[in-house]
Design a protein around this ligand. Structure first.
Ligand code: B12
Ligand code: SF4
Length: 514
């Protein structure tokens, strides 16, 4: 069957122009899942085409002809879901009857809602390798989809039917999948390539939305390195020649990770790897030593700078482990290739805890030279924290149908409890420390931070001329003897300049993002 797959980017509307944002503006690496499904469908006898909309950075399906296909698939996370909906709408305008299936973490979580609220015909929950092939087979055969594993669909009278989930992919089945066909990659668009060495994670951290918690499946080291060699053939298509191992936590089975490093060394290949590692794994004897030469950059999910917070996160780390891991990286000379990532404003945090995290993180950089990513907490579906908020009626899946949730003030405020003044203070502290850190590193960004986008948009740093209620009172007081209203000239003086600047006091959301 001819199958067309779409990989939509994360987008948002700035100054009435839709643009890719975040990592999809930077194009870190190709969306592994969609390239993989494309390769799997072709290997299983179907004729699949991949429309990677992340590469051109668009939600427009112009140039693809959806009506010519027997099945259309779209993959999305919660962040790219609004773009996926835009793609569904355009397909329906051009090809009203072609079956559409959606997959990926967002539709997996909200399958019934997606079927009830969109023009989509099928949702595949969880892993798509077997289920998508089974769906294409079934549609090609007789259209009977009752036995397609992991499928949610509309049965008789529109009733929503949820077929049972099939067994998860075993490491052997993962190894049997073809590698993605990166010959399809446009030249010089992605920063690096992507590859998977394991699927799932043994943990279930409270803020994390990963799909396969408490289920880790790692490829055999030799097989993984075989696949890596195949992928590396296409390295020259990327801008920075690195390879991103997209695993949740590459070093979860640390012995396996060391075996992979040894195998790479034994074959004499020199990949520049990007991956995630837990701080605890870095302390494992021989791990940092073996990965040192192969590492381009890696992320350590440090999350909190105080032990009580780390306990609530549940990653099995402590501030002592974080410190010792950074010290070890410094000892091996790779601290500046590590990004220690911290979350600010977790729902239980007051300014005191956030300050503890910020000060801990800054000290970690100061003493050991690791890079820092300091990010304000954003409510993303799929985590235990998000589920608690949903149960309280504070967030809902329907909020993620709309573009712009990274700048949504309500969503931000539903998670972060600090006052604006407290956040401003922290931003000043971080901004100053970041300037010093970057200057010391010869201009290289050592502390990545930005003031929360919803606050920048809704509380712009322009002179305060609009006083709301005070302005109304001023008008009603005109002519009364006991209080004089503010004079117009005074107001102009407080604005600065001639006071007629049309941008003064306006929320920046009406203008282009910085
Ligand atoms: C690698 C990765 C990244 C990388 C690279 C992304 C890329 N271009 O590939 C980077 C570092 C850039 C990244 C960034 C972010 N990420 Co990320 N990322 C991941 C990670 C670890 C792996 C994704 C992956 O490739 N998985 C492997 C493939 C095989 O799985 P898959 O894509 O899900 O596809 C399978 C199924 O879902 C299904 N499927 C998928 N699509 C389709 C389509 C059809 C039609 C069908 C039938 C089936 C199907 O079949 C596939 C094969 O089994 C996931 C966690 C995870 N384990 O998935 C988080 C994850 C997707 N990221 C997440 C988040 C929150 C982010 C960030 C917002 C983090 C941040 N705070 O900055 C950013 C923003 C992303 C952006 N683009 O701007 C969340 C998303 C939660 C959600 N509800 O959407 C996840 C789940 C992580 C988490 N721990 O919470 N990320
Ligand atoms: S944060 Fe990392 S260790 Fe924790 S559940 Fe998510 S992927 Fe696993």
């Amino acid at each position: 069957m001819r199958v067309l797959l779409y990989a939509p980017p994360i987008m948002d509307d700035y100054a009435f122009v839709m643009r890719p944002i975040g990592m999809d503006a930077y194009r870190e690496c190709p969306p592994y899942g969609m390239y993989l499904l494309h390769a799997v469908l072709n290997a299983r006898g179907h004729d699949a085409t991949l429309a990677d909309l992340i590469a051109p950075g668009t939600d427009s399906i112009e140039g693809t002809l959806p009506a010519d296909y027997g099945l259309i698939g779209i993959g999305a996370t919660s962040m790219s879901w609004p773009t996926a909906l835009s793609v569904v709408k355009q397909i329906r305008e051009r090809a009203p009857y072609v079956p559409i299936v959606v997959g990926g973490i967002h539709p997996t979580m909200f399958d019934a809602y997606v079927l009830a609220s969109t023009g989509v015909d099928y949702v595949i929950r969880g892993e798509g390798e077997k289920a998508l092939v089974a769906l294409a087979d079934a549609l090609e055969r007789d259209g009977d989809v009752e036995r397609v594993p992991n499928l949610t669909w509309r049965g008789e009278g529109g009733r929503i039917v949820r077929n049972p989930a099939g067994l998860k992919m075993t490491p052997d089945e993962l190894a049997d999948c073809p590698v993605p066909d990166y010959a399809l990659l446009p030249e010089g668009v992605y920063q690096g390539l992507s590859i998977e060495s394991s699927r799932g994670c043994a943990f279930d951290c409270s803020f994390c939305s990963t799909s396969y918690r408490k289920s880790f499946r790692g490829l055999d080291p030799t097989i993984f390195v075989d696949r890596l060699e195949q992928v590396l053939e296409h390295q020259s298509r990327t801008i920075h020649n690195f390879t991103h191992i997209i695993d949740d936590e590459f070093s979860l089975n640390t012995r396996r990770a060391i075996a992979i490093a040894n195998e790479i060394h034994a074959r004499g290949i020199q990949p520049a790897l990007v991956y995630d590692s837990r701080a605890t794994d870095l302390l494992y004897d021989g791990y940092v030593e073996s990965m040192k030469d192969l590492t381009h950059q890696f992320l350590v999910g440090a999350e909190c700078g105080y032990d009580e917070g780390l306990k609530k996160i549940g990653k099995g780390t402590t501030t002592d482990i974080l410190r010792r891991s950074a010290a070890k990286l410094a000892e091996f000379g790779i601290a500046d290739r590590a990004d220690y990532s911290f979350i600010l404003g977790l729902p239980w945090e007051s300014a005191r805890e956030v300050r503890a995290t910020v000060e801990f993180a800054l000290a970690l950089h100061e003493h050991y030279g690791v890079r820092l990513l300091l990010q304000w907490y954003c409510q993303i579906p799929g985590s235990r924290l998000w589920e608690e908020m949903r149960e309280q009626g504070i967030v809902t899946e329907a909020m993620y149908d709309e573009f712009g949730f990274f700048r949504n003030l309500y969503l931000f405020r539903s998670g972060v409890k600090l006052s604006n003044a407290e956040i401003d203070d922290l931003s000043r502290l971080i901004g100053l420390s970041a300037q010093i850190a970057d200057a010391r590193a010869g201009g290289r960004t050592m502390v990545e931070y930005s003031h929360p986008e919803p606050l920048r948009l809704y509380y712009p740093e322009t002179p305060k001329t609009d006083d709301g209620l005070a302005n109304l009172r001023e008008l009603s007081l005109v002519g009364r003897r006991h209080r004089e209203p503010r004079r117009q000239e005074e107001l102009v003086a407080s604005v600065g300049g001639n006071g007629l600047d049309p941008l003064a006091g306006r929320p920046r959301r009406h203008f282009v993002q910085d």
